[in-house]
Write a protein that binds this ligand. Sequence first.
Ligand code: DCP
Length: 138
Amino acid sequence: MHGARVETNAVREVAAAAIIVGGRLLLAQRVAPPELAGMWELPGGKIEPGESPAQGLRRELREELGVDTVVGDRIGVDVPLPKGMVLRAYLVSLCDGTPTALEHSAVRWVTGPELAAADLVPNDRAWLAELMAVLRAE
Ligand code: DCP
């Protein structure tokens, strides 16, 4: 073995939230890294070791948006990320609080046509068709 580095076999997940209220999806505007700053994403972040995806996503949404949530079903494809990580989207319900840009530069609620026209981060474009379908069904 190579020293004391702790290895884990678990694939590291980044979880992102599709929060839909009244036919609109919540988007958050990234501040970093420079190549993504100004672009819009589904809010979320890295699941920490020992957390379930639902626990980690709830924590991220509390930290980033100041809201209490319930994490529901997965939506869309797995998006491979560098370093063996995987990006997954979940349908998420708001329980308490108003989403506030605590770690983003802004948040906004978009309709389907507004989503299609938004400057989304490239990874999140993989979910566009499913998100549009959910918004249409609202
Ligand atoms: N990502 C993405 N689409 C999303 C959310 C994240 O493509 N809807 C990507 C951007 C990053 C990686 O996933 O390459 C990790 O996302 P964050 O930087 O948002 O995750 P954390 O907030 O956990 O990062 P850290 O705390 O390390 O800054």
